[in-house]
Design a protein around this ligand. Structure first.
Ligand code: AKG
Length: 408
């Protein structure tokens, strides 16, 4: 069948119903916070001035970088999304689909929630079109280009990188075909970690995500935030915004001496619908009657480390591609694990498992823990507030599902 038969019919204008109904109130609110210059540029942008749209976007961008992220007024985040939508409308009209996608992704990542639905629906329309153009120009023949190759992993080698005493004591229990009732009784209510095997076999992601061509096809042109550096507690750690294709190139060329690039704790599945359709929310996440709080991607080369930290939610970490080493300490050991005192880092431990300072944390080496290698296709339940340290042993793509209990 010819590609033309599938051509995605595009509307002439990018429709933005929420922007259309909310822009008046949003501009009033921005004025009340002193953003008069922004308001006059956004008003010109709405009536068709591209340069004014770009200027408004820059003004909002400056506001987003005027201080620590938590102190940025939410109205400026919405102002940023608004300007991104105006800029994207121009690119769209000119058939510049990749430029439009880049701007919309920036609005998604950095902007507020008010115009989120407009951004998402515009992204969906344009990414289908951009992909269709790519199919016509590149053909996307199947090349069986695997993200992780078998030879990438040698078990005897990994002990060189793992923290002392790894895999020598208590291994996390592994269960298959665990009923929701047993999960509730034996793990959720008593706060006991477990590895759930055989639960993800039906996920399209299990076959699709190990295929580089597929990932490039559905996400290559999309902009994503990545972390660069040993880990977020190190001084030289930074964040960058790059395209998914650039990220995949970095992963493929990563050698053990390189500083890893990690796409970590990012709501990639809210942003990229095609990847969202490849996963399923595990039924276990509905145990407890609470709410799903966030679904995040963790994608990076061998050697990425998430240092020892704890989260307030129930967590299922699903290992879709590759392998990870995970070490867990119970919530009751918080005192011995010396959380940082600064508010921003109080969920992280000062004990660096890769290099324990035994003079400062003399008993850290003797604390009891459980650990395991989480294999491709397995999920781990991590109860709330349990401390966890995670190291990728191969290129690895995982998804975390955080949920809360009823009333919490
Ligand atoms: O996979 C990782 O690197 C960390 C995952 C994690 O910390 C989490 O799911 O809460």
């Amino acid at each position: 069948m010819s590609t033309a038969a599938h051509a995605v019919a595009l509307p002439d204008q990018l429709s933005t119903p929420i922007l259309d109904s909310e822009s008046h109130y949003l501009l009033l609110s921005i004025s009340s916070h002193g953003g008069y210059a922004y308001v006059s540029m956004a008003t010109l942008a709405a009536s068709g001035d591209f340069r004014a749209a770009e200027a408004a976007r820059e003004m909002a961008w400056e506001q987003l970088h005027s201080g620590p992220w938590h102190s940025v007024l939410p109205v400026w985040r919405d102002a940023y999304s608004m300007a991104c939508l105006y800029v994207a409308k121009f690119h769209y009209r000119n058939g510049e689909f990749k430029d439009a996608l880049r701007v919309l992704d920036m609005g998604f990542i950095m902007g507020g929630m008010l115009l989120r639905k407009d951004l998402v629906s515009a992204i969906q329309i344009i990414s289908a079109k951009a992909r269709e153009n790519d199919v016509q120009t590149h053909g996307f023949e199947k090349s069986e280009h695997k993200l992780v190759r078998e030879a990438e992993f040698q078990k005897s080698e990994v002990f060189r990188f793992l923290p002392a005493k790894s895999l020598s004591s208590k291994i996390v229990v592994k269960r298959s075909a665990l009923s929701l009732e047993t999960f509730l009784r034996e793990h959720f209510l008593c706060g006991c970690p477990v590895i759930l095997s055989d639960y993800m076999t039906h996920w399209p992601a299990r076959t699709k995500w190990n295929d580089m061509d597929y990932l490039i096809k559905v996400a290559g042109d999309r902009t994503v935030p990545v972390e660069v550096g040993k880990n977020y507690l190190c001084r030289d750690w930074k964040q960058e915004l790059i395209t998914f294709s650039q990220f995949l190139e970095r992963i493929q060329s990563n050698s053990s001496s390189d500083v890893p690039t990690y796409l970590a704790q990012h709501p990639l599945f809210d942003q990229i619908n095609e990847l969202r359709n490849d996963i399923c929310i595990p039924d276990y996440c509905f145990v407890g009657g609470g709410e799903l709080r966030s679904v995040n991607a963790w994608f990076g080369p061998a050697g990425t480390v998430t240092p020892l930290h704890r989260d307030p939610h129930h967590n299922i970490l699903a290992q879709v591609v590759g392998k990870k080493y995970i070490r867990l300490y119970p919530a009751s050991l918080s005192g011995e694990l010396h959380p940082y005192s600064e508010t921003m880092l109080c969920n992280s431990s000062q004990v660096d498992l890769d290099n324990i300072d035994e003079r400062e944390f003399s008993n850290a080496c003797d604390l009891e823990f459980m650990d395991c290698i989480l294999e491709e296709g397995e999920m781990m339940y991590i109860p709330p507030k349990w401390w966890h340290y995670v190291r990728s042993l191969t290129t690895s793509f995982s998804v975390s599902f955080w949920w809360s209990e009823q009333g919490s």
